[in-house]
Design a protein around this ligand. Structure first.
Ligand code: ZN
Length: 324
């Protein structure tokens, strides 16, 4: 059996089905992106690992899991004292309703529940030991009535300026000695992870060279968008955006229920072979991540090898402490 993995395979848990529920948990940073129904029943005591929640918008399939998440964090068998921050698009009336509901029904929580409204272009520091990782929001295009946001995790990195890029290490050292480090090395921000929420195709400028782009893909074929809501994305648009942005890996989520897993694999595979896109594609079908054939020619994997092994490992060592 061929085992194909993708970057972040062990770092991501999630569920996504258009209209029903969407959430994605990034374990390395303890971040939850969106909070659709079923988070807690799926993650069980791993919900205690969540430190920050980022809501892309206020539709029910992206926020319905919040109430139970807060309840389990309060009463479940884990560290009940760790603060939970919920970031949401500023002025979102639907999120405010959930916030008020929780304020009325959960007045004595064992941890601090902190609500933080966000605008587009805002930065949030993330917990990492080196202090070089942060998140920045960008505006997406989804509902006419409410602000929707996408999220980039960025890392502050440095690289050689182009004029020094071809030099040997000895020559670089000499150049630093002669000109000073700032003339030789430049700082830049690398997008290491992008979560776009529900949206029309994301703005290329906001996601350029993302190492891992999570882009919704509600429709595989243009004619399937029969209601013409212009709120969601179609496969060919998503692939074009990912190519224009020069992303490394593309995760498709928020697939419409009308497609079977085999249809998704087949239609995405066909599109990839037609165009020869230079990035890897993974799709989230229900709670399973399915990598497609590597564009460099590695074979496709069968279902048994997809994500299940690491999930088993994870069950043995939950993030929260489990009572016997
Ligand atoms: Zn939505």
């Amino acid at each position: 059996m061929t085992r194909t993995s993708f970057p972040l395979q062990d770092q991501l848990r999630g569920f996504s089905r258009a209209l029903f529920s969407t959430w994605l948990y990034h374990r390395r940073f303890n971040l939850l992106f969106d909070a659709g129904e079923g988070i807690s029943t799926s993650l069980l005591n791993r919900v205690f690992g969540i430190r920050k929640v980022f809501l892309s918008h206020g539709h029910a399939d992206h926020i319905a899991g919040l109430i139970n998440l807060v309840n389990i964090r309060n009463l479940g068998a884990g560290d009940q004292t760790t603060d939970l921050e919920i970031y949401y698009p500023q002025g979102n009336a639907l999120v405010e309703v959930v916030k008020n509901y929780l304020a009325q029904t959960q007045s004595e929580l064992s941890f601090s529940l902190i609500w933080r409204p966000l605008e587009a272009g805002q930065m949030v520091a993330l917990d990492d030991r080196r202090g070089k990782t942060f998140l920045r929001t960008f505006r997406t295009q989804h509902s006419q009535k409410q602000l929707s946001l996408g999220f980039n995790i960025l890392e502050a990195r440095s690289r050689l300026r182009p004029e020094f890029a071809t030099l040997s290490q000895a020559e670089i050292n000499q150049a630093i000695w002669t000109h000073g480090k700032e003339r030789v090395v430049e700082p830049f921000e690398q997008i290491i992870f992008t979560y776009g929420g529900d949206s029309r195709p994301l703005p290329v400028g906001a996601i350029t060279e993302s190492l891992f782009l999570c882009h919704e893909c509600t429709y595989l074929k243009r004619e399937d968008d029969e209601r013409n809501f212009h709120q969601h994305s179609i496969l060919e648009e998503v692939l074009e955006v990912a190519a224009a942005a020069r992303v490394k890996t593309l995760l498709l989520f928020h697939l419409s229920l009308r497609y079977t897993q085999e249809e998704v694999r087949s239609l995405v595979g066909q599109a990839l072979r037609r165009q020869g896109y230079p990035f890897q594609v993974v799709f989230l079908f229900g709670d399973r991540f399915h990598p497609l054939a590597d564009p460099r020619g590695r074979p496709e994997t069968d279902d048994a090898s997809e994500g299940s092994a690491s999930e088993e490992d994870d069950r043995r060592t939950p993030a929260g402490e489990e009572k016997p």
